[in-house]
Write a protein that binds this ligand. Structure first.
Ligand code: KG4
Length: 354
């Protein structure tokens, strides 16, 4: 089959702790099945790779069959397979890739290897028509997830330049670690958001904003902020015996504020100092579900008169295979991807976008 004729895709994503399969047609979602393992990893305070692998193996057939069933289709009617090859956890990625190879062998389907960060970055383009997409570019793409925090220039689909990257923790990972330090459980981003909303005080932020004044470096950093939070928790406990409910609310609020203000400063700096005039900013990844962060980035977009796009539904911020399928289609349409011999496809845990 000629690449340009490929429309209906079976997409598979097992990059971290969500086992997901989707059926997409062009850049629309027909079915998207996500099975989250996150509650199983809660006791470890983060994703436990061998457990993730085992659970993906247990669930992969189920999610694929569910996606096919919901789409009222079967393997014969699929034009190609898109599978995430990285970045992600090697043992987890392996499960999706192995399954893609197996289906390809059995049903003679082409396989396209997909970059997970690129899927997140292009996820706001789900359902958008070709002309609309053309008018949105060049754009900035921001991915804020559990494993990645990166800002890229999207010259066109498939042509990117990294403008800022994290030098230590990802934003989602930092929120998860902060929530854990405050005793709020895992994954912590959404809980932290809920708790922080309760804060009504007017204190000065006791936590630092990472790399303040160093925005020109084009870097994100979160480990120092996390350490500052842990130290403050220890100090408060020493003084009071334990954290009160009010302390937890206040610290959750300021931790989130510092973390988001850092993102805001780097984006603002980069927009103001970009040689290319960008027309829009695309935001994807689990933390893009956060209303507070959305508000802050909307403000930057307004001030700079650029458009801002998030995935059409909040459920499409966290890992899902629908964005993998749509990313594959958009790249086929733009001639920036080719199918790969399934036998030569391997996981690339540290895959880069540019
Ligand atoms: O995109 P995702 O599923 O992971 C990777 O691809 O790495 O995102 C998961 C991350 C977790 O760190 C989780 O705490 C965070 O997204 N998250 C949130 C919210 N919902 C999920 N962070 C802040 N606010 C939320 N509402």
């Amino acid at each position: 089959m000629k690449n340009k004729k490929i429309k209906t895709i079976l997409a598979i994503d097992t990059s971290c702790d969500e086992t997901s399969a989707a059926i997409t047609k062009e850049n629309k979602i027909i079915a998207n099945k996500v099975w989250s393992q996150s509650s199983l990893h809660a006791n470890f305070g983060g994703v436990y790779p061998s457990l993730a692998k085992r659970k993906h193996e247990e669930r992969i057939d189920f999610v694929i069959n569910q996606a096919l069933k919901r789409a009222k289709t079967d393997f014969r009617k699929i034009d190609a397979i898109a599978v995430t090859i990285g970045p992600g956890l090697a043992p987890a990625l392996e499960v999706g890739i192995k399954k893609a190879k197996e289906i390809s062998n059995k049903h003679k389907k082409l396989v396209f290897p997909i970059n997970h960060v690129e899927s997140h970055i292009l996820s706001p383009l789900i359902n958008k028509d070709k002309k609309e997409i053309k008018n949105l570019l060049p754009a900035l793409g921001l991915v804020v997830s559990g494993g990645n925090t990166q800002l890229v220039l999207i010259k066109k689909i498939g042509d990117y330049k990294t403008l800022a990257n994290t030098i230590d923790d990802a934003l989602g990972e930092a929120l998860d670690k902060g929530a854990r330090a405050l005793g709020l459980g895992y994954p912590g981003g959404a809980v932290l958001e809920k708790i922080a909303k309760k804060y009504e005080g007017e204190d000065k932020n006791p936590l630092p904003i990472p790399l303040v004044g160093k925005e020109a470096l084009g870097k994100f950093s979160y480990s120092g902020l996390k350490t500052a939070l842990v130290r403050l928790i220890e100090k408060t406990k020493k003084e009071k015996g334990d954290l009160t409910k009010e302390d937890i609310i206040r610290l959750a609020y300021f931790y989130q504020e510092s973390a988001f203000e850092h993102i805001e400063r780097v984006i603002s700096f980069i927009i103001k100092n970009q040689k290319h005039k960008v027309r829009s900013i695309f935001v994807g990844g689990g933390v893009a579900a956060n209303n507070n962060l959305r508000k802050k980035i909307r403000k930057i977009a307004r001030e700079n008169q650029i458009k801002i796009l998030f995935p059409p539904k909040k459920s499409l911020c966290t890992d899902n295979a629908a964005m993998t399928g749509v990313c594959c289609f958009l790249k086929i349409e733009n001639n920036t991807i080719k199918p790969k011999d399934p036998e030569k496809i391997d996981r690339v845990p540290k895959l880069k976008i540019s």
